[in-house]
Each structure stands twice: as C-alpha cells, then as structure tokens.
Design a protein around this ligand. Structure first.
Ligand SMILES: C[S@@+](CC[C@H](N)C(=O)[O-])C[C@H]1O[C@@H](n2cnc3c(N)ncnc32)[C@H](O)[C@@H]1O
Length: 314
C-alpha cells in the first residue's frame, strides 16, 4: 500500500508555504455556490431534526463553515428563522452571490419545490424517506410570514450590509472566541462537510454546546474521505504526522483526519446527548495494520466510514 502521497499532492502542499500561493489552488469551498444545493441541505437538516425539536420551529440558528455563500442560512431565514449566525475561518463573503442565491431561494420556497434528492445531489446526506416539500413543517401560516415582503426586505438589507450582515445575520470570519455569541441563544446549530476540516475540535464542540439552549439541537454532516490527498479514498490515514504536515503546507486547514468515533466521543465528553448517528460505508482496500501509527487503534467500522450524519441535543 502506498504510504507516500501522489507527487502532485505533495507539490501542492509545499507550494502553499509560499505566501499568496494558496490562492492559486483555492477553487472554492464546495456546494453553497448553488441555491438548489443550499435549499436541499437546509430542508434535510430541518426535516431530520423535526422530532428532536418536538415539532417546534427554530428561531435562532447557527452554522459552522457556510463556505462560498450563506445560502443554507438564507434558506433557514425563509423558513421562519429570525436570526442566523454564520461562523467560518475564511471570509468568503460575496454580496452579489448571496443576493442572487437569496432571490433563487425565494422562488423555490414560493413554489414549494420538492427537495432536490439523490439523483441531483448524490453526495448530500442526510437522506430522507420523502423529498416532497415538507408542508407539515413549513405550513402555509409559517410561509405567509417568512415570505412576506417585510421579511424579504429585512433579509435583503442584511445581506447587502457587507460588513457583518446585521441585524438578521451575524457573520464571523475568522471566529476564534466562543464569546462572540451569547451562551444559550441558539435553538439549532448545524454544519455540512465542515467538522472534518476544523483544527481545534474540542474548542468548536465546546462552543457549539455553549451557544445552544438546553434542548437545542446539533445537526452535523462529516465527510471522512481523503479529499484528493491520496489515490485511495481513505489513504490519508496512511501518512505519518510529518508527511501530513508537508501535505497541508501553509494552508490554515485541510483535514483533521479524526475518524467518526472521535466525534461521537467528543460529543459525549461535552455532555451532548447523541440522538442519531447514521454512517455511510465503503469497502477499504487498506488494512488497519498498514495505517500510520496514530491510527493503529481505529476500528474497522471507522476505517470504512465515508460519511456520518450526527444529531445530538444539549
Ligand atoms: C468543504 S467546505 C463546506 C462549505 C459548505 N458547508 C458546503 O456545504 O458547501 C468547509 C468549510 O469549513 C470552513 N472551516 C474550516 N475550519 C473551520 C472552523 N474551524 N470553523 C468554522 N469553519 C471552518 C471552511 O472555511 C469552509 O468554508
């Protein structure tokens, strides 16, 4: 098994030690450039947390790592959320893009569009049993207020206020202090394909616990795959610490390489009550004994876990 990365991967890492060179390889963060992606992700988190929220709609939500746009949060505001906190490490703000996505989302909500499913977005989880517009959750009464001209005007005004997007939206990038949000204010915190990138997981889970109200819901999707750093989907676990440092190079983050069980343990250590963990598996061509020393105790289940959906309450 190749314990050495493809040369292009190493080259990319090394070149990012040159100040400014990272931008050459920075191709955006993922899916939030598409309004349909944002709509699909938000609706899935909303539908799968319905039970944990006892059917009560969230008023204050937080998102870790929105990426190229705040579209998932905008979808939450169009669903009746009153305040959305966005926390990233890199400032990806683009007012024009956010406004465009907002208008596209408004049309989708007004048309009560079906949630884009596996056919359109094969890699998005959590999966749903039913992708019809969730009229039982987003009732006509809720939509009447959340799509009213007054609310749309307020959202547009916040998005146009590039600096912080106050008052409906608070965007922090980089965020490094959990005190930027008052304790116990959030009904729901979610993230999509972010926690595999976070360097300081203890700090982030601790902050998310602090920001949530008692009974508030945490809803996270994590992708454990190598993100192009190996020819094997889980080959990043083969590399020694030193080799991994060279692959990361001068980038402020890449992958923390922590397996699924690490996230479950950290949730429990932070006094979250884990309600749901849904794993997605793929066969591993790598054996546990060929992994780097720090992964010697990884379970076979973790070695084969490509993605996880985790839901917990405070
Ligand atoms: C793969 S992108 C996912 C973006 C978006 N959630 C999506 O679904 O397309 C990962 C995002 O996590 C952000 N990120 C990395 N470390 C972070 C941290 N410690 N706190 C908050 N966001 C972080 C990155 O800047 C980036 O926006």
């Amino acid at each position: 098994m190749k314990t050495f990365p493809p040369l292009t991967v190493l080259f990319k890492g090394l070149i990012t030690f040159i100040p400014g060179a990272y931008k050459i390889f920075c191709k955006g963060t993922g899916g939030t450039i598409s309004s349909r992606y944002c709509y699909s992700v938000w609706m899935r988190h909303l539908v799968v947390t319905q039970g944990a929220r006892n059917g009560i709609m969230p008023k204050v939500v937080g998102e870790l790592g929105p990426g190229d746009s705040i579209g998932i949060g905008l979808a939450s505001l169009l669903s009746g959320v009153e305040k959305y906190f966005a926390l990233d490490v890199v400032k990806h703000i683009d007012v024009k893009r956010n406004l465009k996505i907002l208008e596209e989302l408004v049309v989708m909500f007004k048309n009560k569009e079906r949630i884009p499913d596996k056919k359109e977005f094969p890699n998005i989880i959590p999966l749903l049993d039913n992708y019809d517009f969730p009229s039982n959750i987003l009732t006509s009464e809720i939509l009447f207020t959340s799509l009213a001209d007054k609310k749309l005007k307020q959202i547009r005004k916040s998005v146009s206020n590039n600096a912080s997007m106050e008052p409906m939206i608070s965007y922090f990038a980089p965020w490094d202090d959990k005190n930027i949000i008052s304790p116990g204010v959030a009904d729901m915190i979610f993230s999509q394909f972010v926690l595999e990138h976070v360097n300081d997981l203890e700090k982030s889970y601790g902050a998310m616990f602090t920001w949530l109200k008692f009974g508030g819901v945490l809803s996270n999707v994590i992708d454990f795959q190598c993100h192009g750093t190996s020819s094997e989907w889980n080959g990043h676990w083969l590399y020694s610490k030193l080799l991994w440092k060279l692959i990361v190079g001068g980038r402020s983050f890449l992958l923390n390489r922590q397996p699924a069980q690490f996230h479950i343990d950290i949730l429990e250590r932070n006094k979250f009550k884990v309600l749901k963990t849904e794993r997605f598996y793929r066969e591993s061509k790598i054996s546990i004994k060929s992994l780097a020393a720090e992964y010697a105790t990884i379970s076979y289940g973790d070695l084969q876990t490509t993605m996880i959906y985790m839901q917990a309450v405070k």
